[in-house]
Design a protein around this ligand. Structure first.
Ligand code: ADP
Ligand code: GLC
Length: 481
């Protein structure tokens, strides 16, 4: 199949979260499986500076209609592997910035403008190259306008650009909400300003466009596909989702086993496998030393956490269990940054026990690998989690995850107490008391070495590879076509 993937981030070029991992691995795996894959990405400075992109070819000049003005741009292309081309939609004024979505304090105010330009650039490139895609697959709100812009351009220019469009919601909490007066930049007909179009309580909602106008809508886990049809998880779009209930399917993400594999991981001080875990002890000692924490005897558990410090990730539930970490003999290592208020609260927690609780408040790919390898348990008490990748990395690294029973966490981790013969971690409801009870159960599990080893082994034997996950997308595309 000729498959076009459109996303606002892509590992290893630009990443703020799991979207980059998912879009990067899905497109690379589809290429490996023999499909012809074209990926579209904004030409951010970070991408242009990446060694892979250094020889990128200047392919096209763009002239994009943005409301009542035309704006120029450029398309560059490079090919990181057979069957895969990466097209960069470039315009320095929009994408040559330090951050991806914002300056660290707040989002850029012209994001609607940046991503309308991006989506229109994609459509224009498909048109000029006469690419004739089988599938155009757009991810999250930044690319949500694509199905609509594409169909509208096809009608206006009487050309065929794609047979089918797919739109994936990685996180319904991010919708791309902007004042309705930004609508004119889309150059779409006025009827789309209404409630059957992009209007959402008087504003323009990008995500709604993707949900309503793609041929197929997907989310990143089966459980999340159900959850977002309820007011509790739908973030105000559950009604819109309900209108497409028959066209929504949840396909779980995979993990890139060339990047996340303790047997070959170059970021960790010792490699290990399911049959020989001795290297994991070296990683554990290395992690504690690097975080300047007291060494931990073998019976003292080390808890790790890597995430954006936001409400989604359940940081408040962790903070509410402050006493657990202060009163028990254990270690806690946190890597993450985000919400300033939560950052301060986590800083205070670490300051209360500086030899037991370590904190790194930055983006650090290498450290995230060391935490996966060096921890005895991985914490993911998310309030909601469309898929979640770290719990799957944890399973692969023999680090049983403690997770809430939501979204992809529910779909990928089995509780060791409820299912003694199948358990791979510890699961609990998304509230502070349930987390406390989960933490207590983790102490018991850790004290029972044979049982803990069995849970580790089952996790490491789980196949969460993208090879599997991408097959599900291939079946979906084939059915659609
Ligand atoms: P989300 O996309 O909601 O942030 P995921 O679990 O899908 O959650 O993916 C998060 C990804 O970002 C993982 O690969 C994780 O290791 C990575 N990550 C999050 N915070 C950091 C950090 N501070 N440093 C390095 N990697 C991080
Ligand atoms: C989003 C979600 C996360 C998911 C990722 C990749 O960022 O928050 O749960 O794993 O997208 O699909």
């Amino acid at each position: 199949m000729k498959i076009v993937q459109v996303a606002s981030e892509l590992f290893p070029y630009v990443k703020t979260g799991g979207l980059a991992d998912a879009a990067g691995s899905l497109s690379a795996t589809l290429a490996k499986h023999g499909h012809q894959v074209c990926v579209f990405l904004p030409g951010y400075r970070a991408v242009l500076d990446h060694p892979d992109a250094s020889g990128a070819e200047r392919l096209l000049r763009l002239k994009i209609e943005m409301g009542d003005v035309f704006m120029s741009g450029e398309v560059r292309v490079f090919s990181p592997r057979p069957n895969q081309k990466i097209y960069l939609i470039c315009r320095d004024e929009l994408f040559d910035r330090k951050g991806v979505y914002g300056n660290g304090e707040r989002d850029y105010e012209d994001n609607y403008h940046r991503y309308i330009f991006f989506c229109k650039g994609v459509v224009e490139t498909l048109r000029q190259l006469n690419l004739q895609a089988d599938i155009v697959h757009a991810h999250d709100w930044q690319a949500a306008m694509l199905p609509l812009l594409l169909r509208y351009t096809e009608r206006r220019t009487a050309t065929a650009l794609a047979l089918k469009t797919v739109f994936t919601i990685h996180n319904i909490a991010f919708q791309g909400l902007y004042p309705m007066r930004s609508f004119y930049r889309t150059n779409l007909p006025d009827e789309l300003k209404g409630v059957d179009g992009l209007e959402y309580y008087g504003q323009m909602n990008f995500l709604k466009g993707g949900i309503l106008f793609a041929d197929q809508v997907t989310t990143v886990s089966p459980r999340y596909a159900q959850e977002i049809q309820t007011p509790e998880f739908g973030c105000g779009l559950d009604g819109v989702i309900a209108t497409r209930a028959e066209d929504i399917v949840g396909l779980i993400n995979g993990i890139d086993t060339t990047v996340w594999n303790p047997a070959t991981d170059a970021h960790i001080p010792a490699s290990y496998t399911a049959s020989d875990l001795s290297g994991k002890a070296t990683c554990r000692a290395g992690l504690l030393k690097k975080m300047q924490l007291d060494p931990a005897p073998a019976d003292v558990p080390v808890y790790g956490m890597v995430c954006r410090l936001t409400e989604q990730k359940g940081v408040q539930l962790l903070l509410a269990n402050r006493d657990f970490f202060l009163n028990h003999d254990c270690r806690l290592v946190i890597l993450g940054s985000g919400d300033k208020r939560l950052e301060q609260a986590v800083r205070d927690l670490a300051a209360a026990a500086p030899r037991k609780i370590g904190l790194a408040m930055r983006l650090d790919e290498s450290m995230s690998h060391l935490i996966e390898a060096g921890s005895d348990f991985f914490l993911m008490p998310s309030l909601f989690e469309p898929c979640g990748l770290n719990q799957m990395y944890s399973l692969a690294y023999g680090t049983p995850p403690l997770v809430t029973q939501v979204g992809g966490l529910h779909d990928t981790v089995t509780d060791a107490d409820a299912s003694p013969d199948a358990g791979t971690g510890i699961t609990f409801a998304p509230d502070a008391d349930a987390l406390r009870e989960g933490l207590q159960r983790s102490l018991k599990l850790f004290a029972d070495k044979p049982r803990y080893a069995a849970v580790q082994a089952r996790g490491m034997a789980t196949d969460n590879s993208w090879d599997n996950a991408a097959r599900a997308y291939e079946r979906l595309y084939t059915e659609l076509l």
